[in-house]
Design a protein around this ligand. Structure first.
Ligand SMILES: Cc1cc2nc3c(=O)[nH]c(=O)nc-3n(C[C@H](O)[C@H](O)[C@H](O)COP(=O)(O)OP(=O)(O)OC[C@H]3O[C@@H](n4cnc5c(N)ncnc54)[C@H](O)[C@@H]3O)c2cc1C
Length: 457
């Protein structure tokens, strides 16, 4: 028997689940969120937010180190990692406290405990609680994956654990130079840790455009990171205070080996197979464009389902799911329109197709490439090496992809995403008036380059 009843019950309170719950409440649904750990999910508590807080400290240190170039003489800065960690925790608690506040404001109840489907239009909470639900949104996220033959331990860490350290380690090795691995390497190397970064493929950030990876790799190397591409790590042996491993013909010993090489949907104990919720071939929950699963009234969003594993994608799917639940007309999320951001130094941001992908798909490709040094702001602010690359379809000027490496890349990418969403193309970006001197002028110049009339550069 259900103890109580809600119009909407969300399982998981990460950026997918908490946004779904707030939107559901806004739409007039009585709403509860089932969370077995901490409000805010992995993103706010262990992943995106702690990572960005520590990276911010590394960025401040980098700026202080470069102050001399701007005529500001400072003594050699020192890293006080205890304060870095304390600030990280404060940032987390401020944001998760904000989510709890929004829950209160929306009369959203938090039910503590493990949530699972019962198949009776209700959710089991913990051992013996049960609440009935008009709509159920599964938002349980994803869990870390080891590499073959290696187990996580006190010395072999996942990405969440390395961002939670209370002391900066002397030496780490990071396996996987995707977004997460590059962020870890770039933060810790600048904060004084000796870092080895391993990637099985032939370049760092292998899912980014090759031109962007090249700039990023060069700059990561300048931070003292030993980058090993096309290299597999093997024979990992964790000891009490260190980890030994092999790569190529060599061996190494570090304080921690960090595995940043993939995640899997968190479906354990959710009662999916018993209640008719199907998985796709990749083991993720199968959902349609309105986030409906194969079980009536049950939705799935975020890292649990296909598509890029990103917080903002999870949030948008949460909105789609609950809007569908109240009968609103929704549109499926187009993955091409989702911005991707990596907060290493240099920052990297992109959306859509790389040049190689666009060519493989048979587009008549127009490319516009401009370095930050081509515009006033790049020189004024001291970042000449940044690069903007626009990949377009020549025929109609469609924006197929945007790729940026350099200062504020993660903010600059949004202009291209928005123009595309509003059905504009690179010609519209090229002819929009941009403020001066701003880095966004480099975005405009890259669009002009794609349009065949580059002016600066
Ligand atoms: C180190 C790291 C850094 C990242 N940085 C970024 C970034 O900068 N930007 C970005 O967009 N993305 C980033 N990501 C990805 C991002 O964290 C995920 O895409 C996002 O958290 C997915 O949100 P979610 O709501 O699906 O799930 P999660 O944030 O994983 O939250 C799921 C919640 O569900 C709870 N839960 C699970 N099972 C149950 C159950 N049965 N009952 C009750 N509760 C349950 C969990 O305790 C958790 O709180 C990063 C990921 C990592 C690992």
């Amino acid at each position: 028997m259900a103890e109580s009843s809600y119009d909407c019950v969300v399982i998981g309170s990460g950026p997918g689940g908490y946004v779904a719950a707030i939107r559901a409440a806004q739409l007039g649904m009585s709403t509860a969120v089932v969370e077995r750990d901490r409000v805010g999910g992995r993103c706010l508590n262990y992943a995106c937010i702690p990572a960005k807080a520590v990276l911010r400290s590394a960025d401040v240190l980098s700026e202080v180190r470069e102050a001399g170039d701007f005529g500001i003489r400072v003594a050699e800065p020192e890293v006080d990692f205890a304060t870095v960690a304390a600030r990280r925790e404060k940032v987390i608690s401020t944001l998760t406290g904000g989510v709890s506040g929004l829950f209160k404001k929306g009369n959203i109840e938090v039910l503590e405990g493990h949530g699972a489907l019962t198949g009776r239009g209700s959710v089991r909470v913990g051992e013996d609680g049960e609440v009935s639900a008009g709509a159920i949104v599964l938002a349980t996220g994803s869990v870390k994956l080891p590499i073959p033959g290696v187990e996580f331990s006190e010395r072999v860490l996942g990405t969440e654990e390395v961002w939670a350290l209370s002391e900066a380690p002397a030496r780490i090795a990071v396996v996987g130079a995707g977004a997460s691995g590059a962020e870890i390497a770039s933060a810790y190397a600048r904060l004084g840790t000796e870092v080895m970064l391993f990637e099985a493929l032939d370049r760092v950030l292998p899912s980014e455009d090759a031109d962007i990876s090249k700039v990023a790799e060069r700059q990561l190397g300048r931070q003292g990171i030993a980058v090993h591409t096309s290299t597999l790590v093997s024979d990992v042996t964790a000891q009490k205070k260190s980890v030994k491993f092999s790569f190529g013909e060599e061996t190494a010993e570090v304080d921690y080996l960090v595995i940043a090489a993939g995640r899997a949907p968190d479906v354990e104990g959710l009662g999916l197979s018993e209640t008719g919720v199907e998985l796709d071939d990749g083991g993720q929950v199968r959902a349609d464009g309105a986030q409906r699963t194969s079980a009536r009234g049950v939705y799935a969003i975020g890292d649990l389902v296909a598509g890029p594993a990103l917080a903002h994608k999870a949030s948008d799917e949460g909105i789609i799911a609950v809007e569908d639940a109240v009968g609103m007309r929704t549109h499926p999320l187009a993955y091409i329109d989702i911005p991707r951001a990596t907060f290493c130094q240099p920052m990297v941001a992109s959306f859509g197709l790389t040049e190689a992908q666009a060519r493989d798909q048979g587009h008549d490709v127009a490319v516009g490439k401009v370095s930050y040094g081509a515009v006033g702001a790049g020189i004024v602010y001291g970042d000449r090496s940044g690069l903007i690359k626009i990949v377009g379809e020549r025929r109609y000027g469609e924006l197929l992809g945007g790729h940026i490496v350099g200062s504020k890349a993660t903010e600059l990418i949004q202009e291209l995403v928005n123009v595309r969403a509003l059905e504009g193309g690179f010609s519209e970006v090229a002819r929009s008036v941009h403020g001066h001197p701003t880095l966004s002028e480099a975005v405009m110049e890259a669009a002009r380059a794609a349009d065949g009339w580059l002016m600066h550069g």
